[in-house]
Design a protein around this ligand. Structure first.
Ligand code: SF4
Length: 235
């Protein structure tokens, strides 16, 4: 007769598993209806990622007029990099420099980001870069919540297509918009958060590092945690 497993043994086993996950930076589970639906649809199976981003979606974003930000647009800023990357890095919105180039993270902020990637042993070609909002806001300003909502469908489809292991969310507003909750930021920054079967790492925006270079150490700590999460060796 098969040995009976007691409730206490099952509880011990679950507790052990949860401690293991906690040690890997997993703070909880996303059991929302949206996640369960995506899981049923095979959201996590590799296969049609790059095709799903598609030129059609990008063209739609670049000619979109769903919110007033399109009036500031020189070029829309959709995204850049590897559509099958294990790591997506997302900011809140492009500025005018990005809109001139049509590419995310330009100028001094972009140079700082490139240095961070270099320290991680990567370049822009190894990751996927984008912003939640695709049209520019004046430098130093944040997009209106209405614009964030109007633009969220593009970011959502990018995430569904790329299906990265980790999304690095630059800045508190970005992390809150992705995770759809007000965060106790000082506690969640640097802690991987569950998100639709992937994980989100809230960290400081490279723009913040220009005025507060003392935050660089914390960002590097967060990047090392990301490297561990995506299985990239620390050199
Ligand atoms: S910011 Fe987004 S929603 Fe607003 S016009 Fe540009 S693409 Fe459309």
């Amino acid at each position: 007769m098969a040995a009976q497993v007691s409730v206490a043994e099952i509880a011990q086993s679950i507790a052990k598993h949860l401690r293991l996950l906690s040690g890997q930076g997993i703070a909880g589970f996303d059991c929302s209806q949206e996640t369960r639906t995506l899981l049923k649809q095979g959201f996590h199976q590799k296969g049609s990622g790059p095709k799903a981003i598609g030129a059609g979606l990008e063209a739609e974003a670049l000619s979109c007029t769903d919110c007033p930000l399109h009036k500031e647009r020189i070029k829309g800023v959709f995204g850049q990099g590897d559509p099958e990357a294990a790591l997506m890095l997302a900011g809140i919105a492009p500025g005018m420099e990005e809109s001139k180039a049509g590419l995310p993270f330009q100028g001094e902020v972009g140079g700082l980001l490139d240095n961070i990637l270099k320290a991680m042993g990567m370049t822009r070609d190894d990751v996927y870069l984008c912003n939640l909002v695709k049209c520019p806001v004046p430098d130093g300003e944040l997009p209106d919540p209405m614009c964030l909502r109007a633009c969220s469908r593009f970011f959502r489809k990018q995430v569904e297509a790329v299906r990265p292991q980790v999304i690095c969310a630059f800045g508190q507003i970005t992390a809150e918009a992705i995770l759809k909750q007000d965060l106790p930021y000082s506690r969640v920054r640097g802690q991987l958060q569950p998100y639709l079967g992937m994980r989100v790492m809230p960290t400081f925006h490279p723009r913040e590092l220009l005025t507060a270079p003392q935050k660089k150490r914390a960002v590097w700590h967060d990047m090392q945690a990301i490297m561990r999460a995506i299985g990239k060796p620390l050199s």
